[in-house]
Design a protein around this ligand. Structure first.
Ligand SMILES: *C/C=C(C)/C=C/C=C(C)/C=C/C1=C(C)CCCC1(C)C
Length: 250
């Protein structure tokens, strides 16, 4: 019994005061769950051609919510980074974010090649990042650089590649606006992650920021990017419905 009592977290996940990282794990799990309810509900409200995109937005936050429940408890019990849960979450959700680019551009001629290229880049980015955080931690800078090659590939596709060209050629200001918003999420929002990664011992920010800020950066990045992506899709889907309403005068 004594042994059990000395592990109160077996019964009750706890956050110590001052554990700001644990706090963001908790907020993150709730935010992902709330966003999921919202996005799933909207799939029944938006115009038909946007339903798949809304559903994927909800699946992204749903997969994240489930992982946040695990990560939150892992952090509460061990005080260490839940690296495996983190990367399993990302390896599912980041490709789904690439699917969002493809889906909203499908009607204006996006090819599956665009989708596979982006998924390929994101796998390179995530597998290299995982290796740098685990197996080859002492060479985290090298693996971070390899990972960044994948990241730059995604950036290129979004800002200058066929995704951008299709959006520009669509002559649809709302679609172009959505792609521009997603481009900025990928450039500014996704850049939060490598900053966290650099706090790994031996990394560029080792000594500048405490090591536990890695999860702080990742948690903030996830909330901004996963919920933000969904809100861009939602905004697009709702504004599109408006056009139809005006056209039919309903
Ligand atoms: C929902 C999760 C998302 C959008 C995760 C994105 C993750 C990244 C953009 C990670 C990038 C990394 C680098 C560019 C270099 C260092 C290693 C990573 C994996 C942290």
């Amino acid at each position: 019994m004594d042994a059990l009592l000395s592990f109160p977290s077996l019964f009750l996940a706890s956050i110590q005061s001052g554990d700001y990282v644990g706090f963001t794990f908790f907020i993150g799990s709730m935010a992902m769950m709330a966003a999921t309810v919202f996005f799933f509900f909207q799939t029944t409200q938006v115009e038909g051609k946007w339903r798949d995109s809304m559903l994927i937005a909800g699946l992204i936050t749903f997969i994240a919510a489930v992982h946040y429940f695990y990560m939150r408890d892992f952090w509460a019990e061990t005080g260490t980074s839940p690296t495996e849960f983190r990367y399993i979450d990302w390896i599912l959700t980041v490709p789904l974010m690439c699917v969002e680019f493809y889906l909203i551009l499908r009607a204006v001629g996006a090819k599956q090649g665009l989708l596979w290229k982006m998924i390929g880049y994101s796998l390179l980015m995530l597998i290299a990042g995982y290796l740098g955080e685990t197996v080859f931690r002492s060479q985290s800078i090298l693996w971070g650089v390899i990972s960044t090659v994948g990241y730059v590939g995604i950036l290129y596709e979004a800002w200058f590649g066929s995704a951008k060209k299709l959006a520009v050629n669509s002559n649809d200001p709302r679609l172009l606006g959505a792609i521009k918003a997603l481009e900025w999420f990928v450039l500014a929002g996704w850049a939060i992650y490598p900053i966290g990664y650099m706090t790994i011992p031996g990394g560029f920010l080792d000594g500048v920021l405490p090591a536990e800020t890695l999860d702080l950066f990742y948690n903030i990045g996830d909330a901004i990017n996963k919920i933000g992506f969904g809100l861009v899709i939602y905004t697009l889907a709702v504004s599109k419905s408006d056009i139809v309403d005006y056209a039919t005068n309903k």
